[in-house]
Design a protein around this ligand. Structure first.
Ligand code: MN
Length: 447
């Protein structure tokens, strides 16, 4: 067993551990070794904090009412039950979060008294955003994505000279973050393709997805006070999936000189479960070594322990389900298989860089990693890359073709952490259906 995760693994990761919640054993996403945090609304009830277990959700307020928590776990449970968002829990940081995990693991373990009255069937609940997101920042840390996109626009000089020195990012829009399941409406905007003489205004014709990980901020920093690289893990409350919907025809026209704006701010879809750093402890891995020609990170971004165990062994997938496939009863088709190892910067480096100028990060803030493409074309994290900006259509098993997304298309992101000797955990789906642009009926033509 590699030394870098010995300390962080405990009885909650024991592969022999099983839950009295029968559907948790062998569950693809939520076995008892995961225990992700979220906010759900049971039918006809108020939103409340919960923990996913198999096909069920454990209610944290119900745990409190039953008097089943004590010490730091009680502190965590009370923070989670304060309101319809997890911000107070995220702000508490690792010790209370770990205590809650340990307590819930014991309560749900086989051999503990069965308490089905604390559970809700997930299928009967609505899943909400887990936190109020004050600020959302999207990075560009997927190096193969940056290379692919750069090659499309600058064949001779795909990576700009700053890329390997400074984590590139932009401030996104938090008001249009939506949880998995909420449909995404095709945006209108100014569109101008290179061969068009002037822009026109209308529904986006080149709507795309971006496969990203989300990083949830826990305890933040005070304005003016940076977060040291070795303290950055302490500011991360967990991880999720993020689809940074992008209207490429709007983006290519508007992005210079200040970067993404309306091409991305119309909506961003987030998976509803926060996968905690504790759940991911067995699935850390070394950051891939940089090529000898690449610069070393500047000292404020460089830490031995972060380089040794700051990356995540998380496999990522994208599935597409078109209207025609849905009508024909076909399953979603996997169009991408990627991996988080393609991130050129670790999550800790993103956090440290973000706060390095004294910018204050707050509990519930959300960072996107940037699109995660693998070097291999089967692992491209956007249609822009898969279809070479629409030049090489993607042929689907249904006989259809896609250059970009059509109305009725559903994009489903999935992620999975695994390691020999441990029980794999999943992130749950991050999915949404594209619906027609405002004021258009049915599957109107977008041209
Ligand atoms: Mn993005």
């Amino acid at each position: 067993m590699p030394p870098y995760f010995n300390d962080a693994c405990d009885g909650t990761h024991d592969p022999q551990l099983r839950s009295w919640v029968g559907d948790a054993s062998g569950h693809a996403d939520f076995p008892i070794q995961n225990l992700p945090l979220g906010v759900f609304r049971p039918r006809g009830a108020e939103p409340q904090a919960g923990i996913a277990i198999g096909d069920h959700i454990l209610s944290i307020p119900a745990l409190l009412d039953a008097g089943l928590l004590e010490g730091d776990a009680l502190t965590a449970g009370r923070a989670a039950a304060q309101g319809p968002t997890l911000n107070p829990l995220l702000e508490l940081g690792a010790p209370c979060r770990q205590a809650l995990r340990a307590a819930v693991s014991r309560l749900l373990a086989e051999g503990s008294p069965q308490r089905p009255n604390l559970l809700h069937l997930a299928a009967d609940c609505e899943l909400l955003l887990p936190a109020h997101v004050g600020d959302y920042t999207d990075f560009y840390a997927g190096i193969h994505h940056a290379l692919n996109v750069g090659r499309l626009f600058r064949p001779d000089n795909p990576l700009l000279p700053n890329y390997k020195w400074v984590p590139i990012g932009y401030h996104g829009r938090s008001s249009s973050l939506r949880p998995s399941g909420a449909p995404v409406r095709r945006p209108h905007g100014q569109r101008k393709l290179p061969d068009e003489p002037v822009p026109t205004f209308g529904p986006a014709r080149h709507l795309d997805f971006e496969l990203e990980l989300g990083v949830w901020i826990g305890p933040g920093n005070r304005l003016g006070e940076p977060i040291a690289i070795d303290a950055a893990e302490g500011s991360i409350a967990g991880y999720g999936l993020l689809n940074d919907w992008s209207a490429r025809d709007l983006q290519s026209w508007e992005y210079q000189p200040l970067g993404p704006f309306l091409a991305k701010s119309f909506q961003t879809t987030v998976s509803p479960w926060i996968i905690t750093p504790e759940a991911l402890a067995p699935f850390r891995q070394p950051q891939l070594p940089r090529s000898t020609e690449d610069p070393q990170p500047l000292p404020y971004l460089l830490s031995d322990s972060d380089q040794r165990s700051g990356a995540l062994n998380v496999a990522l997938e994208v599935f597409l389900l078109t209207d025609a496939m849905r009508q024909a009863g076909l399953a979603p088709q996997r169009i991408t298989a990627s991996h988080a190892e393609s991130l050129y910067w670790t999550p800790a480096q993103l956090v440290t860089h973000h706060a390095s100028n004294g910018c204050n990060l707050c509990a519930g803030d959300l960072l996107g990693t940037g699109t995660i493409s693998s070097a291999d074309p089967t692992g491209y994290g956007s249609l822009l890359e898969i279809t070479r900006s629409g030049r090489q259509p993607l042929r689907l098993a249904s006989g259809e073709e896609r250059r970009f997304l059509e109305d009725g298309d559903e994009v489903i992101l999935r992620a999975r952490a695994s390691r020999v000797g441990f029980v794999s955990i999943g992130f749950g789906a991050c999915r949404a259906v594209v619906t027609p642009a405002y004021n258009e009926g049915g599957n109107a033509c977008h041209a």
